[in-house]
Design a protein. Structure first.
Length: 494
């Protein structure tokens, strides 16, 4: 029988609310320790290891502190006296989930949503260093409720960064090397490259990252071919299936990108910002017109050989393609989003939507459909995929959208189990973590207990009964409390 902390009431002020979020759930483990309960036992559960095709029914999982110590048939595993026992009959246990592409600006709101959705690990893909690294340390120490964070800090961009508030601008190879060195010194876990990085700087980043022992990931600058990025050692490519690398038009597209007319400057000069999506559609359609299945297969073969991962962030692409329908459909998750964010997400206000043209809209749909087909091919070619959401991009929701991403991967042709791997064992392998991504003795006790089998329907990952984070059980009632607290934070903010 589960022993749970008694219900708590919603705080009345923002300061009180913040204190509650930081203290109430760590208090659970403190009370557990005071009661002499040093272990947790999940009995009669079906264990779903993403690396295995079959589940292990009627299993007992023993946890001591923050580690799994025993996994075996319930009839033969002896539960220690004094352990907290959870009868998990009819339920399914999976490793906790990772969101491999997030941007956190509102940690007090976002982190409880992630935990409540079983997302206990995130790869923060760029942010203000003093904030991101502080959150990383405070969540690791238990001072702040939240997931495990692997963080880039500021990204590296070209001379005029798209996001100057969290970017290091570089103009050449020497500045690029110094940027990598500064990231190493400030404690970044990896290096992220962005669109505007010059070609010579890009390859300097690749070389220097290897020298200092930091993986480098991110976008692909317009002057670099896709296969060059993989061969240079870029560990992951973000957003999409990188169809350009499978197009015989790729070199011509790069030539136009690097030496053609500056459409952005022309749009600014004339005030006609529809020139930008029109240009994107023109070039994108050319790439798709010349898409070669043989060339794409060869590219993915190279990815598999080089261990280049893809983070498609389908949920963002889907939202941009179908934004008109999505924005008109009531979504209960909007209660977790501030009024300012919701206003900015509207098609008439979002920079990706407000200047669209009919040709651009048609191109978006075409590209999205080709991306889904390409991801199925990538999976067949043994390219490793990572589930990521780019939250909080328009119409994405911390924690919730990770489950949406898994569903879209299944729509692309992955099996539910293959999709589940993109958020569990694949991230663990990407990071080289030996104690995550599977359910076995010695693994970290970060787990999600589900009411239904995710192998039968990937949507069952949303049916969360409870979450075990660092060995501490959070019941459905406590998770609902977190959701309510996040909704209150959003409503208190502009």
């Amino acid at each position: 029988m589960t022993r749970a902390v008694s219900n708590w009431t919603m705080p009345s002020s923002p300061r009180e609310l913040k204190s509650m979020l930081l203290l109430v759930l760590p208090l659970c483990s403190t009370m557990w320790g005071q009661a002499g309960l040093r272990q947790l036992a999940l009995t009669h559960v079906a264990v779903v290891n993403p690396s295995e095709t079959s589940s292990h029914p009627d299993t007992t999982v023993l946890i001591t502190k923050d580690r799994i110590v025993e996994v075996g048939p319930s009839k033969s595993v002896k539960v220690p006296r004094g352990a907290m026992v959870v009868d998990a009959s009819g339920k399914f246990l999976i490793p906790s989930l990772w969101d491999m592409h997030v941007h956190t600006e509102n940690a007090e709101r976002d982190f409880p949503l992630l935990v409540a959705n079983g997302v206990l690990g995130v790869r923060n893909m760029a942010g203000v260093a003093k904030d991101v690294f502080q959150w990383r340390e405070e969540t690791a120490s238990g001072k702040m409720l939240g997931p495990q964070i692997v963080a880039a800090g500021p990204l590296i961009d070209g001379p005029e960064p798209a996001h100057p508030e969290h970017a290091i601008p570089v103009r050449n190879a020497e500045e690029a090397k110094r940027a990598v060195q500064s990231l190493k010194a400030m404690g970044a876990d990896f290096v992220k490259v962005y669109d505007g990085v010059p070609r010579d700087a890009y390859f300097a980043i690749a070389e220097e990252s290897k020298r200092v022992g930091l993986p480098f990931v991110g976008h692909l600058p317009g002057s670099v071919r896709v296969i060059e990025a993989s061969n240079a050692g870029q560990r992951s490519l973000e957003h999409g299936a990188y169809l350009a690398g499978g197009s015989t038009y790729e070199d011509e597209a790069i030539k136009q990108e690097t030496s053609g007319p500056d459409v952005m400057e022309e749009a600014k000069r004339t005030g006609n910002f529809s020139l930008i999506p029109e240009d994107i559609a023109k070039r994108g359609n050319k790439l798709l017109d010349h898409l070669s299945s043989e060339r794409l297969a060869q590219l993915y073969k190279t990815f598999a050989k080089n261990r280049t991962y893809l983070t498609p962030t389908l949920v963002v692409q889907h939202a941009r393609v179908y934004v008109d329908d999505i924005s008109k459909t009531p979504d209960p998750r909007n209660r977790y989003i501030t009024k300012t964010e919701l206003e900015a997400w509207k098609p008439e206000n979002d920079m990706f939507s407000k200047y669209r043209t009919p040709r651009y809209i048609a191109y978006q749909k075409r590209e999205y459909n080709e991306t889904l087909k390409a991801l199925k091919l990538a999976q067949q070619m043994r390219v490793q995929l990572l589930a990521g959401t780019d939250v909080v991009a328009p119409w994405t929701y911390p924690g919730f959208s990770l489950h949406d991403e898994l569903g879209l991967l299944v729509k692309a042709g992955l099996t539910p189990l293959e999709a589940l791997r993109t958020a569990t064992i694949n991230p663990a392998q990407f990071f080289g973590m030996k104690d995550a991504g599977t359910i076995a003795p010695g693994m970290k006790a970060n787990l999600v207990l589900l009411d239904a089998d995710p192998r039968e329907n990937i949507a069952n990952t949303k049916k969360i009964s409870s979450v075990i984070m660092r060995g501490t059980l959070y019941t459905r009632n406590q998770l609902d409390g977190l959701l309510n607290a996040s909704a209150q934070i959003a409503s208190n903010q502009k």
